[in-house]
Design a protein around this ligand. Structure first.
Ligand SMILES: [Zn+2]
Length: 521
């Protein structure tokens, strides 16, 4: 018998945690951070307490009550006495997590898993995850690649000892250069290596089950879909994907290869079902290039954090418009990590037209100090940006707004919003604030979701962003072509869309209920 239980990503975009069980083998597809569910209870200054271990997260049902999968230092016997009566309580061990990509709604809550559970993923996803963790302040909800163990002191948990690495197995099993190994094994304090164990490569099987992975196109490099061969046939999992990005041929190939496996079950994402296909990356390039050509002063490009595809887009636009691209230290750190993962990502050292913004900070974290040392000749100050405003594209986001005070940009600059739409109340609040900052500095905003349009974008300002997700009709086409016996919609607020639109195709749609096991025999 094959069992599938969705512990997240149910009625929600992201937070995926899908448990697959067959015989003695158990594994998770992703183990993500549930943004929406978390925001029901928590906000900026009200967060789960690291000192309480997993108590707050289990109580608010942000994590499934499964004994045996979490770090012992965060979840002791006392905690399980409290949660062993929960309806979904279980006790089990797992053989691994198949991680599709480095967005935290898929990877974030790996932080809480036992640190002997292997994470199977591409080297690109692993390296992006490490760069992201290295360059954010310590946070127990973001310990994907390594974790700080905790010990008890007067009933309260405190950090104790040194960072412990999580075993990652790289699907693409490359031979890592010395530099890449240095990066992968360096602890954030740089004092000592995280591990001296050799890195792992993908085995043929996990537990008793054969595994296949497929590169797919999404808004972050390194994204993969998976298929696992169970006793009932193949079970496929799309992760997040699309057909309209630069690497859409990868998604096409995934569909073709998956089709040949004749899967019994397919778990498929459904992020933007009702939308039209939307702008392609090519259209985004065209629109952003035009806006940059028309701009008189400073151009600020705001694209989602870690949207490396968009970063490349603006790099090319900068070259075509004879501007310099100014990036933040964390972007430089990320690009270096990506270059170590794949030499298809160009080396920053050779990109003479890229500069690094040196912000106003009294103390640098060690990753940042390293970047400043490595690229000393690329560092520029806020006043450099002000004085050379018309020759610069500045890669900024709302979270860098304070730096605008230091730059004091000349009036009449352009702020291109090339990022995702507003999904929720929190996003709306941020967008209101961003609009105020843009106004305050006399910038011209383009492509912003506007409150008076119910957070829609003005007709003449559409096409400055391309989504990371396929639209509904593209997904229906994918499902029909792969033709699984059973479809499980996941990562969607509207599973009914699939029920309705797959009627008469012979594909049975099983809408998951969080924490409830679906049995296949
Ligand atoms: Zn996602």
């Amino acid at each position: 018998m094959v069992l599938i239980t969705c512990y997240g990503g149910v009625g929600e975009v992201g937070g995926n945690k899908v448990l697959l069980e067959d015989g003695d083998t158990r594994l998770f597809f992703d183990f993500g951070y549930p943004f929406k569910k978390r925001a029901k209870y928590f906000q900026e200054l009200l967060n789960p307490r690291p000192g309480a271990g997993l108590l707050d997260l289990l109580e608010m049902e942000l994590l499934p009550p499964i004994k045996g999968i979490y770090r012992d230092d965060l979840a002791g016997e006392k905690l399980w006495q409290k949660f062993s009566a929960s309806p979904n309580y279980r006790k089990l061990t797992v053989d691994g997590v198949l991680l599709t990509h480095a967005h935290t709604d898929h990877s974030g809550y790996i932080s809480f898993l036992r640190d002997d559970i292997p994470i199977y993923t591409t080297i690109m996803t692993a390296f992006i995850s490490k760069a992201m963790q290295d360059s954010t302040p310590p946070n127990f909800e973001r310990e994907v690649c390594y974790s700080m163990p905790k010990g008890t002191k007067r009933g309260y948990l405190r950090s104790e000892g040194t960072y412990r690495p999580r075993p990652f197995a790289f699907l693409d099993c490359p031979a890592l250069s010395d530099e890449a190994q240095d990066f992968w094994y360096s602890s954030p304090s740089r004092k000592r290596a995280l591990s001296t164990e050799p890195y792992l490569c993908m085995p043929e099987k996990i537990g008793g089950l054969k595994l296949r992975s497929f590169p797919v196109d999404h808004s972050i490099p390194g994204a993969a879909a998976f298929a696992v061969q169970t006793s009932l046939g193949w079970v496929g999992y799309t992760g997040d994907l699309r057909f309209h990005g630069r690497a859409s041929y990868q998604t096409e190939r995934f569909v073709e290869e998956m089709q040949e496996l004749h899967p019994h079950v397919l778990l498929c994402e459904g992020t933007r079902l009702k939308d039209k296909r939307g702008a392609s990356e090519e259209e985004v390039i065209e629109n952003c290039l035009r806006a940059t050509r028309e701009a008189k002063g400073l151009v600020i490009a705001d694209f989602g954090a870690r949207n490396v595809e968009r970063l490349t887009t603006f790099y090319n636009i900068a070259r075509q418009t004879q501007r310099k691209l100014v990036i933040m230290g964390k972007d430089a750190y990320l690009l270096d990590a990506m270059h170590l993962a794949s030499d298809k990502v160009p080396s920053l050292g050779y990109a003479t037209d890229v500069l690094i913004y040196k912000d106003f900070k009294s103390r640098l974290a060690s990753w940042e100090a390293e970047i400043h040392k490595r690229y000393n000749d690329k560092l520029i100050s806020p006043s450099y940006v002000r004085e050379n405003a018309k020759d610069i594209i500045l890669c900024f986001s709302f979270w860098d707004a304070l730096d605008l005070i230091d730059i004091a940009p000349p009036k009449g600059g352009t702020y291109i919003y090339s990022s995702s739409e507003v999904f929720d109340e929190e996003g709306a609040t941020d967008m209101r604030r961003l609009a105020n900052w843009i106004d305050h500095f006399g910038l011209k905003g383009i492509g912003l979701p506007r409150e008076e349009l119910n957070w829609g974008i003005r007709e003449d300002e559409k096409g400055y962003h391309s989504s990371g997700h396929a639209c509904g009709t593209d997904l229906l086409d994918l499902i029909r072509r792969i033709n699984p016996k059973i479809l499980i919609p996941i990562h969607t607020e509207d599973p009914g869309y699939f029920v309705q639109n797959l009627k008469g195709t012979g594909i049975e749609v099983r809408v998951p209920i969080e924490g409830q096991t679906i049995m296949f025999s």
